[in-house]
Design a protein around this ligand. Structure first.
Ligand code: ARG
Length: 308
């Protein structure tokens, strides 16, 4: 999964207050607001330097977690599936995401089942796989609803059970990067889920992250071509493993956001209007803004529309 076009929300009202939505929100330190803004600005700059197109959603007063735009929904082709937050203090965010997507030309589907967006729904393998994490913040039944909305026979949807509260969203322990690589903290999953993962991923393409790196949110990283935008203070071992497969780590200190249980990837939402792309024959229309890609099906080759 490579990020090309994303949605950010400035941490104007960001804070960690009385409620505890995840095991990290223990209010051990007060958020340093100026530092949070500085860290988020640096993330914005790192994204721009890596040619990621940035869009913005307006932060809303009292919605202190809205900076974590990853939780707003997921996008497939021109369909935006908007979250139905389990976290009560975040429920009101959903309507702003609905407005954003409706105003920006997406076919918009507010979820009925509880689902916390790209926090728990991650694409991999050129969007031919969708992984849904459940156990803490997302209802396993959202799979059927999402399947009906996307209705694409070529998309393979798998559910993964999260079993450790430190890794309460899938994007805290599972990070598809590049085309087919994965950063994973295995301790976050049950045995059947690990089997499902390794049925799709070749273990040699996976970097198994240590407990310390995982607690520091190594798996909450953003993949851009040849680079990975990650938090800070990771082991040399992890950096070396990434280097060995030609990935540079761009470190972006996210200390203030870790206090809320989030790092770099939680602050971005992939909103590229793109579907499954097996990278074979692409055909452009006259306006150059829709292309078709060839898919093999039992009825012979079929051209599927894709949006760019
Ligand atoms: N405090 C936020 C919450 O618990 C953090 C969200 C992090 N987002 C994520 N995609 N993992 O909702």
């Amino acid at each position: 999964m490579i990020f090309k076009e994303i949605l950010l929300c400035k941490p104007k009202y960001f804070d960690v207050i009385h409620y505890k939505l995840n095991a990290h929100m223990i209010m051990k330190n007060k958020v340093n607001y100026n530092l949070a803004i500085q860290q988020w600005r640096s993330l914005e700059e790192n994204l721009l330097n890596n040619n990621v197109k940035i869009n913005y959603i307006k932060p809303k007063k009292n919605l202190v977690d809205m900076v974590f735009s990853a939780n707003g929904g997921i996008v497939f082709e021109n369909k935006a599936i908007v979250s139905n937050f389990r976290a009560i203090p975040r429920k009101n965010e959903a309507k702003y995401y609905v407005n954003y997507f409706e105003n920006n030309g997406y076919e918009t589907f507010p979820m009925i089942t509880e689902f916390e967006g790209a926090g728990d729904g991650l694409f991999s393998h050129n969007k031919s796989q969708l992984w849904i994490g459940h156990g803490f913040r997302t209802d396993i039944d959202c799979k059927n609803e999402i399947e009906d909305i996307i209705s694409n026979n070529y998309l393979d949807i798998n559910t993964l059970k999260l079993v450790n509260p430190n890794w309460y969203h899938l994007d805290t322990c599972f990070c598809p990067f590049g085309d087919n690589n994965l950063l994973i903290y295995e301790g976050a999953f049950d045995k059947q889920s690990l089997e499902k993962i390794y049925n799709v991923y070749n273990e040699k393409d996976c970097i198994k992250v240590s407990y310390e790196d995982a607690m520091n949110f190594a798996c909450n990283s953003i993949s851009v071509p040849n680079n990975i935008i990650i938090g800070h203070c990771f082991s040399n071992n992890l950096k070396k493993k990434l280097k060995d497969i030609n990935y540079n780590t761009i470190e972006n200190n996210m200390s203030e956001f870790l206090l809320s249980g989030g790092s770099t990837k939680c602050c971005v939402l992939d909103i590229e209007k793109k579907g499954i792309n097996i990278g074979e024959e692409l055909q452009y229309d006259n306006n150059n803004n829709i292309y078709y890609h060839k898919m093999q099906s039992s009825q012979g080759d079929k051209y599927m529309p894709d949006f760019i």
